[in-house]
Design a protein around this ligand. Structure first.
Ligand SMILES: Cc1cc2nc3c(=O)[nH]c(=O)nc-3n(C[C@H](O)[C@H](O)[C@H](O)COP(=O)(O)OP(=O)(O)OC[C@H]3O[C@@H](n4cnc5c(N)ncnc54)[C@H](O)[C@@H]3O)c2cc1C
Length: 454
């Protein structure tokens, strides 16, 4: 199904960004998202250049009665940033970032990626919690919650969101903050793309010296059980500024390995003291932990998750690492089907864990995020990779605490998983949805059904 050319021409008279239809040379590239397993053909891709364009795009898609997908950095693995035969509002041209050094705030438009945001804020020795891969969009990550290297010291990304400008289903452009549309502001901090198209985000920034302590320690896969037992104990008592993830990976030499990756959000002296137990444990094969620029740390994992691969993920939360969980987790990796797939544990801790689960719409204030990341090259068989992810997921499910991160919901997870992810906040989110998007125009996401109103 297409959009008739007269409608496109009428839109073009008031739209200042780019309009890409299947007839344009840019279409094949433009419809692509990070996860190439998602292969959809929108009727039209609208790339706004400012908020008024977003208003025009929302009005256009409402008038056309077509499905509407919203895209920031295109990293959503489930592919909800695109659709077949509908409209995609692709915010990638909206890249303005302004930093207010005196107030320690930054305003960034919805097409900004974390590497761009980090560079702009670190120029002033400032930062806020962002994702661990530089190419990821600030938009989807922020609206879902946002964990990263700075969460222990400064909280989740949503905890640092001060305001958002958003185009609603009825076309109004409003600002949501603590004292303007406060109900909407609460919902945006974890409720995903359910409420409208966010055009810009305003964040609280923190002082962070451009040199921090970070890096990775690599252990042999044969020691993974001992390393993970140590890791599980360590993260229970490690200081807030030290955030440590643990991964099972296949190294460039083809050997499986267990690695610990960390960052310390503070001075290098304090950081070097805090990481000493990590560096002294066992007999690592490699240890790069030491002073590193924060901007570099933020790109440490970029190569582990490049664009252009087929990806299939499953995720859960656990309360902690029991011996039987570790056995199951390590055994599962022995059957991994692709050298690009990995398993990652990442705790929600420190300041991020001390926020009440209902203070924002993001309820997961503690525990360890468990990610099973299947990734393989186009042309390689899907089936063994899908099977490995699903089998691993089934094996770890008995250990799951019930929490689920909406930004890691898989392509084939149903709406009951979305409801599970919002947890105790689902009913309140339904009421906010009923107020701001009663017809569920923004439904291509981990969807919240508008609550019934009297
Ligand atoms: C390689 C990689 C690394 C990751 N690392 C982390 C990490 O360290 N921490 C973490 O918390 N998460 C991480 N994630 C998950 C990440 O939070 C999600 O993939 C997130 O959706 C990415 O945002 P995006 O804007 O790039 O994605 P998109 O696919 O563009 O958007 C995802 C969804 O967000 C909504 N959305 C996007 N833009 C807007 C907008 N302007 N207004 C309203 N709704 C919008 C839409 O519903 C859309 O479907 C990672 C993902 C990948 C692929």
């Amino acid at each position: 199904m297409g959009v008739d050319s007269a409608s496109i021409q009428r839109l073009a008279t008031r739209f200042h960004g780019q309009i890409v239809t299947p007839l344009d040379p840019d279409y094949e590239l433009g419809r692509r998202v990070w996860n190439v397993m998602i292969d959809r053909r929108p009727a039209v891709i609208l790339r706004p250049s400012h908020a008024a364009d977003v208003q025009a795009a929302v009005a256009f898609s409402r008038a056309q009665g077509l499905p509407l997908a919203i895209r920031g950095g295109a990293h959503g693995v489930a592919g909800m940033g695109t659709c077949d035969d509908g409209v995609v509002i692709d915010c990638s041209l909206m890249k303005t970032i302004s930093v207010d050094v005196a107030k320690r705030t930054a305003r960034a438009e919805a097409g900004v990626k974390w590497a761009e945001f980090d560079a702009a804020t670190q120029a002033h020795g400032l930062a806020t919690t962002g994702g661990t891969v530089g190419d990821t969009g600030i938009a989807g990550l922020t609206l879902g919650g946002g964990f990263g290297w700075l969460e222990g010291a400064f909280g989740m990304t949503v905890d640092n969101l001060l305001a958002a400008d958003i185009v609603l289903a009825d076309g109004r452009l409003v600002r949501a903050s603590g004292d303007e549309h406060a109900d909407l502001f609460w919902a945006l901090r974890g409720g995903g793309g359910n409420f409208g198209v966010v055009t810009s985000f305003e964040y609280r920034l923190h002082a962070l010296d451009p040199m921090i302590v970070g890096g990775v320690i690599v252990h042999a896969y044969t020691s993974a059980r001992e390393v993970l037992a140590f890791y599980g104990d360590f993260i229970r008592t490690s200081p807030d500024p030290l955030t440590v993830g643990a991964a099972l990976v296949t190294g460039p030499d083809g050997n499986k390995a267990c690695l610990l990756a960390c960052a310390y959000a503070g001075t290098t002296d304090e950081g070097l003291t805090a990481v000493r137990p990590l560096k002294e444990f066992g007999s690592p094969l490699m240890d790069t932990i030491g002073p590193v620029s924060y901007v570099e740390q933020q790109r440490l994992l970029d190569q582990a998750a490049p664009p252009g691969l087929r990806n299939y993920w499953k995720a859960e939360f656990i309360d902690g690492l029991s011996a039987s969980f570790i056995d199951t987790w390590v055994d599962a990796f022995s059957t991994v089907a692709s050298a690009m797939s990995y398993q990652l544990l990442f705790p929600i801790h420190g300041v991020a864990a001390r926020v009440s689960p209902d203070a924002t719409a993001f309820p997961l204030r503690g525990g360890v995020h468990v990610g099973i990341y299947g990734a393989w090259k186009p042309g390689e068989a899907d089936e063994p990779n899908l099977r490995w992810v699903r089998n691993t997921w089934q094996q770890i499910k008995p250990f799951a605490s019930g929490g689920l991160y909406i930004n890691e919901i898989g392509a084939d997870d149903g709406q009951d998983r979305a409801r599970q992810a919002f947890g105790i906040n689902y009913a309140r989110l339904g009421s906010v949805k009923a107020k701001y998007d009663p017809a569920n125009m923004f439904c291509l996401n981990a969807n919240i059904e508008p609550a019934a109103t009297d």
